[in-house]
Design a protein around this ligand. Structure first.
Ligand SMILES: Cc1cc2nc3c(=O)[nH]c(=O)nc-3n(C[C@H](O)[C@H](O)[C@H](O)COP(=O)(O)OP(=O)(O)OC[C@H]3O[C@@H](n4cnc5c(N)ncnc54)[C@H](O)[C@@H]3O)c2cc1C
Length: 294
């Protein structure tokens, strides 16, 4: 398939791109890495009148430490750069663990962190990590900038809180909490495929080794990142024993996810995967929290 005809603009500055986005509204589409947008155009699922290419704009990419010890990433930062940056492994280890599980290296070389967040595929890894780590999104328009918490940013299937005249500028991950362990695990039919199911787990221990706080966020088991707050709450003030982990996994799989099933996996099989992956993720996260306290 080939795309329908479209115009093309390659602005040199964010201001110029915002002006074009405002002028064309929902007739225009922003082009980042093109790894989701171009296939959708080739299948004619999308037929924008104009592509506004963000690739020439300097200042929209790159990774830096924030004053509060977190990480700020420009929306155009390539996924491969996030994957290889030593600061990501040190200060956002959950993100580092998820990166190699996204697609294939060739796709990560072009695909951007911002493009994946805005595309908001329910099977994508990055939105799940953003919710699990309470990331903050910074969106620019001609009227200024606004900041949106991850749980509000992802609205539903392929829907985020970014208007047609806005551009996602950056994503900020807060400082990594001390005494915390993490795990990102998923199951895909073949390496590089979108996962049938997956989960991000973060646990924070108190001084006595009990769980002070936990997060469990799922991919491809609902309309977007599924934040299983009740299951995670079951772990609070508990020792992370196999029984406690089992109880949380059972609750999340039975009550908090909403798998629809597809040609590769029935909804029942996705629930089974969620249960098994949650057990694995929490066991790994608990061990890491114990052995790597800061
Ligand atoms: C074969 C294949 C396998 C894949 N497997 C996976 C996988 O396992 N997991 C996974 O997560 N992804 C997967 N992907 C998708 C890949 O990660 C894409 O890179 C990503 O979804 C989109 O990023 P992009 O930079 O290419 O964005 P684009 O495709 O350029 O854009 C995607 C959407 O975001 C909008 N957009 C982009 N940047 C901005 C911005 N700064 N502000 C506002 N809107 C913006 C675009 O207008 C478009 O609507 C796969 C892709 C392919 C082709």
């Amino acid at each position: 398939m080939k795309p329908a005809p479209f115009d093309y603009a390659a602005p040199d500055s964010l201001a110029e791109a915002l002006s074009l986005a405002a002028a064309h509204g929902s007739d225009g589409k922003l082009l980042a890495g093109g790894q989701s947008l171009i296939p959708a155009m080739n299948f004619r699922l999308l037929q924008p009148a104009i592509l506004i290419d963000l690739n020439r704009i300097t200042g929209l990419g790159g990774i830096e430490r924030t004053a509060s010890g977190g990480l700020r990433m420009g929306a155009m930062t390539r996924q491969a750069q996030v994957e290889r940056d030593a600061r990501v492994a040190q200060f956002a280890p959950l993100l580092a663990e998820a990166m190699p599980q996204i697609a294939h290296p060739q796709i990560r070389n072009r695909g951007t962190i911002g493009g994946s967040m805005v595309h908001a595929d329910p099977a994508a890894e990055l939105p799940v990590v953003a919710v699990a780590l309470d990331a903050v999104f910074e969106v620019a328009s001609q009227h200024g900038r606004r900041r949106i918490e991850a749980k509000a940013f992802f609205q539903s299937l392929f829907m985020v809180d970014v208007a047609p005249d806005e551009i996602l500028a950056a994503i900020e991950f807060p400082a990594w909490p001390t005494n915390s362990g993490w795990a990102f695990v998923e199951v895909a039919r073949r390496r590089g495929d979108y996962a049938l199911a997956g989960v991000a787990a973060v646990v924070t221990l108190d001084g006595g080794g009990k769980c002070r706080h936990a997060r469990l966020v799922y991919l491809n088991l609902g309309d977007g990142p599924v934040d299983a707050q009740v299951a995670a709450g079951l772990l609070q003030n508990e020792s992370l024993t196999p029984d406690a982990i089992e109880a949380a996994a059972n609750h999340a799989a039975a009550h908090e996810i909403d798998p629809t099933g597809n040609i590769h996996a029935s909804a029942d099989f996705q629930r089974h995967l969620a249960r098994v992956l949650t057990r694995r993720a929490l066991t790994t996260a608990a061990a890491r929290a114990t052995h790597f306290p800061s």
